[in-house]
Design a protein. Structure first.
Length: 213
């Protein structure tokens, strides 16, 4: 996109322009298809950010500082807590000891390639159950956080907005697969998100198991 109004569109949406300048931008958007699409993307992205962070932001405003942290109590999980251990006596024969506890919130849009394992059931009304690694792996046995991935920027010319065609290979190596799934019948549920957080259609692989030749 080569339009010179790109930055002004963002500033107008964020309320950073004087009204006289904002009127000029709105008039430009009315006649520029690229800027209309950009405005829609900016608005959509802003709404997504509001939805994902509204509760956390509200808590921080009401009670700033460490008072907003959840208590480190059961049930522990692997997606909000990290315990930092140290070797306080430099003795390799003794165990490390907890030094600090870190609370964090994962960015829900960090990944843009989503792969979910589904296990076949005997229930005709619910033929597949989605495997949730966030509940399967409990603290302190946090072996896996996600099967998701992140596709890097593939275009060598970022000034071009033309689509790309090709094949993407995605590998998910793990020592836990046979332990978790054994001979169960599986399928994968796959979709992606673009940079404006638009989700693609969902595809399902054929049914398979890990003991196939």
């Amino acid at each position: 996109m080569n339009c010179s109004f790109t930055e002004n569109v963002s500033m107008m949406i964020d309320g950073e322009l004087p009204e006289s300048e904002a009127k000029k931008v709105r008039a430009h958007i009315a006649g520029c298809a690229d800027c209309r699409d950009l405005e829609k993307d900016f608005l959509f992205f802003r709404e997504q950010l509001k939805e994902s962070s509204a509760d956390l932001v509200a808590d921080r405003i009401k009670t700033p500082g460490y008072d907003t942290l959840k208590p480190f109590s059961k049930p522990y999980n692997c997606t909000n807590w990290e315990v930092v251990y140290v070797d306080d006596d430099n003795d390799p024969t003794t165990a490390v000891v907890p030094f600090d506890t870190l609370f964090f919130v994962l960015n829900p849009h960090y990944n843009n390639l989503f792969v979910e394992f589904e296990m076949k059931t005997d229930d005709p009304a619910n033929p597949f159950d989605t495997f949730d690694e966030k509940t399967f792996f409990n603290y302190p046995s946090c072996g896996i956080r996600s099967f998701y991935g992140r596709i890097p920027i593939l275009s060598e010319d970022l000034s071009r907005s033309t689509p790309l065609e090709g094949e993407i290979r995605y590998s998910i190596p793990s020592l836990f697969f046979t332990t978790i799934f054994g001979a169960k019948t599986l399928r994968l549920r796959v979709y992606i998100e673009d940079r404006a957080l638009h989700a693609s259609n969902v595809i399902f692989t054929r049914e398979f198991n890990l003991r196939e030749n």
